[in-house]
Design a protein around this ligand. Structure first.
Ligand code: AHR
Length: 642
């Protein structure tokens, strides 16, 4: 008898035929989400639908740290040119009596003599304005007629190469004082690279500000909305949450640059634009209202991040040592801003900040549940003191809000330990971890969360990525994500970073989704994220797999449907067998679907080869026990319906 037991035990140990019923762990329903930061032109020139660059003449040489990332000739008129054939004119930058005090500069155009085609200005957007033939575009601007009356103005969309006029409308300007003018333009044909022209046809002196051109076809049709193709690509990830607005952007390049959410709401002409820590300009046209609306549109929980009373430690070109702390006498006002943010999201439409949300068209609350305090900060005494103050204030006024602390920029080390310590001391709900590592690190650290305490704060893996966009990078992330599922009882959220990058304007690589004016190019890493998000489970079942790929495989059950989902990752360049034992689980074995992402180790999806590696699905006949040969360098997802 003893001998039989020993043989059975050995068999379990070696062959791993553990009853599938035996180990079940709940998985966070919010596990897979996204992190959006205005980095790599992710907002202006990216997700934000505005087609005019520098619409309010607020670009400034001080936006740019020339030592780091020179935008040569970056100035108040960047992206603008004069159109003055056979005419005489001047332009100047002025600031007396602007459209709004938060938007202090505007352009004054003095048309002294006007040629047959008029005289004026053009804007090329971001590397040219992409237009779709037959679609409507909304042009809006503010003019103030300083001299002249009944001034005819042609507003045109002109093809960049051919200089053909694709759409044209006329305005007549009159009267002193700022007035908003609007016009719809429908280009006859598409263009990859058009420009907007505003041509005055009579001598006059006109002040101009907030020149805007928006597609009518924005995501969900919102005015001041989002570029549809990028937003759709993000929505297809089905993220359960969106962390925003940063990243380093949230805690900013010095105290004056800490992201101030109040500057990002209200009419766009009243938003106070600012330099971006990533060396360009942020208009805040995509501001807090638009972020919250996007979250609602795609069914994702908003997770705003506010600075913990300190700026980014990389501020002022002093990497690692540039942290600045808000003076203690200014902390009450800063803390009030954080509380006001919660009121803006959730307060009744009759409250001070809830009424601002209602004015923007959303009287109902946005149902904020979480707030991040701090972003991978150096955990200095200054940080700790301010963190505690903010945490205490939020807890006192909003005990319903779950606070997410921070733990430095690396997977371990001083800030990591101190961040966790401070989170535990302050009894916050979660701790945000960040790490960017090589693919082998991910493959070697699959056990990281197995030993995490199940008491105290949970984990939000807020930023992670392996260094690259090859299939091997994506596969290493997939392998790691199976370990996140296995630890879905302690890892509450996870988001790859960064999300978006405009080709030609990147400050950080790799990224998940690249785009240009013509299209959107999801990486292989994107497809891994999508497959995990689409195939979530609410319970992880251990002991299902044996074979080499067992540590990089997961079996989850989707509580809503009862479907069993297997994810199996082969990070090697040779096929690998995996044995699957689902005994004890019920499934409609014959109607399973198998989806595969595979290729060569260095394959990448690029603008030139966007479809190199994409998931492919087919039907699959499973059974309660089967062997499967995983192709080299692959992620295989098998979904077995209930
Ligand atoms: O995701 C890019 C940057 O990486 C984030 O801004 C920052 O939090 C991290 O260092």
């Amino acid at each position: 008898m003893k001998r039989t037991l020993l043989i059975f035990a050995l068999c379990v140990g070696l062959c791993g035929t553990v009853d599938a019923k035996s180990k079940k762990t709940p998985i966070s329903e919010n596990l897979f989400g996204i992190f959006f930061e205005d980095l790599n032109y992710a907002a202006d020139g990216g997700l934000y639908g505005e087609l005019i660059q520098n619409r309010s003449f607020e670009y400034s040489p001080s936006d740019v740290d020339k030592g780091r990332n020179p935008h040569n000739n970056w100035h108040y008129f960047t992206a603008w040119s004069m159109e003055r054939d056979n005419s005489i004119c001047t332009i100047s930058l002025e600031g007396f009596d602007p459209v709004h005090p938060n938007n202090p500069h505007y352009l004054v155009f003095d048309a002294l003599s006007v040629g047959p085609d008029g005289v004026g200005l053009s804007n090329d957007g971001y590397d040219g304005i992409p237009l779709k033939g037959g679609e409507k575009y909304y042009f809006t601007t503010y003019f103030n007629v300083l001299s002249g009356n009944d001034v005819p103005v042609d507003v045109m969309l002109v093809d960049g190469k051919m200089k053909d006029v694709l759409a044209k409308g006329e305005l007549r300007l009159d009267g002193k004082g700022w007035k908003k003018y609007e016009l719809d333009l429908t280009p006859s044909v598409a263009s990859d690279s058009a420009s907007l022209r505003i041509m005055f046809r009579k001598p006059s002196k006109i002040a101009i500000d907030m020149v805007s051109l928006f597609p009518s076809n924005t995501f969900r049709g919102h005015r001041n909305g989002l570029r549809a193709d990028i937003a759709e690509t993000i929505a297809a990830l089905k993220p359960s949450f969106v962390r925003f607005p940063g990243g380093c952007l949230a805690h900013g390049d010095g105290l004056a640059n800490i992201y101030n959410w109040k500057n990002t709401i209200g009419p766009v002409e009243s938003r106070k634009s600012d330099k971006n820590i990533w060396n360009y300009h942020q208009s805040f046209g995509l501001g807090y209202f638009e972020y919250l609306q996007f979250c609602e549109d795609i069914g994702a929980k908003p997770i705003p991040v506010v600075a913990s009373g300190v700026s980014c430690q990389n501020s002022s070109r002093t990497p690692g040592t540039g942290q600045e702390a808000i003076a203690m006498e200014d902390m009450p006002a800063y803390i009030q801003d954080v509380l006001d943010l919660i009121e803006y999201c959730n307060g009744p439409a009759t409250s001070e900040w809830g009424s601002r949300r209602a004015e923007a068209g959303h009287p109902e609350p946005f149902n904020l549940e979480f707030i991040g305090i701090g972003n991978e900060d150096n955990i200095t005494p200054e940080f700790e003191e301010r963190f505690k103050m903010i945490v205490n204030a939020v807890k006192a006024k909003h005990p319903e809000i779950i606070i997410i602390g921070t733990s430095g920029p690396f997977a371990n080390g001083f800030d990591f330990d101190k961040g966790w310590e401070s989170a535990r001391e302050n009894e916050v709900g979660l701790v945000d971890e960040h790490y960017y590592c090589n693919p082998d690190w991910f493959l070697q650290n699959l056990q990281r969360y197995d030993s995490y305490s199940r008491k105290g704060p949970k984990v939000y893996l807020g930023e992670y990525a392996s260094w690259g966009n090859t299939l091997f990078n994506a596969i290493s992330e997939a392998a790691y994500m199976t370990s996140l599922e296995r630890n879905g009882d302690v890892v509450e959220f996870a988001s790859y970073a960064p999300l978006l990058a405009r080709i030609g304007n990147t400050q950080w690589n790799p990224d998940m989704i690249y785009f240009d004016n013509k299209g959107v190019y999801p990486t292989v890493n994107y497809y891994v994220q999508k497959l995990f998000s689409e195939n979530r489970g609410s319970t992880n079942i251990d002991g299902v797999f044996t074979g080499d790929c067992a540590p990089t495989s997961s079996c989850v059950v989707d509580g809503a449907t009862g479907d069993i989902v297997l994810k199996m990752v082969n990070a090697q360049e040779t096929p690998q067998n995996v044995n699957v034992n689902l005994k004890g689980l019920k499934g409609n074995w014959r109607s399973a679907t198998l989806t595969e992402l595979k290729g060569d180790r260095n394959d990448m999806n690029t603008r030139e080869t966007p479809d190199k590696v994409k998931p492919e699905s087919r039907t699959f006949e499973a059974s309660s026990r089967f062997d499967y040969e995983l192709p080299p360098m692959s992620l295989t997802v098998i979904r077995i319906p209930n």
